[in-house]
Design a protein around this ligand. Structure first.
Ligand SMILES: [Zn+2]
Length: 142
């Protein structure tokens, strides 16, 4: 966190999600240990670059819904760390890394990217979901 790379020259960061491999490995590990339930949380960083993962308990029996109070306190924590909310992440233990019908209906964070890690493909993909419309977002693992 001490030295953040400047990414001012990164054009159209909205279409790209940059995530360090170590953080992605952390998400995959929690997805495996949380299976068959989905795990979820926030990606925080700057612009479209993820610098920290914040896990939030999933209160849904199937699919995911972040624990409301934990979600709020996590968002506060991210603000206090002077990081941006880059997006959400959640796992698909038994389905491909595509938004489910339920994910589309949620659509509750239209300005956010949604990273989905699948344990069946295995694959990692990101999307922007707005008003039922899904747009692919390129994931760059570094
Ligand atoms: Zn999903």
């Amino acid at each position: 966190m001490a030295h953040r790379p400047l990414r001012k020259g990164l054009s159209g960061f909205e279409a790209v999600l940059v995530i360090p491999e170590s953080l992605l490995d952390g998400i995959l590990a929690s997805a495996r240990s949380g299976a068959p339930r989905e795990v979820c949380g926030w990606l925080a960083g700057e612009g479209g670059r993820v610098e920290r993962i914040y896990a939030v308990p999933n209160v849904a029996e199937s699919g995911f819904r972040m624990h409301p109070e934990a979600q709020l306190s996590t968002m506060r924590e991210i603000r206090e760390a002077s990081l941006d909310l880059v997006g959400t992440y959640h796992s698909h233990p038994r389905t491909p890394a595509r938004p489910s019908v339920r994910d589309l209906q949620l659509g509750s964070y239209p300005d956010c990217l949604h990273l989905i890690v699948s344990l069946v493909e295995p694959a990692v993909r990101a999307f922007r979901i707005s008003g039922g419309t899904v747009r692919d977002v390129e994931v760059v693992v570094e």
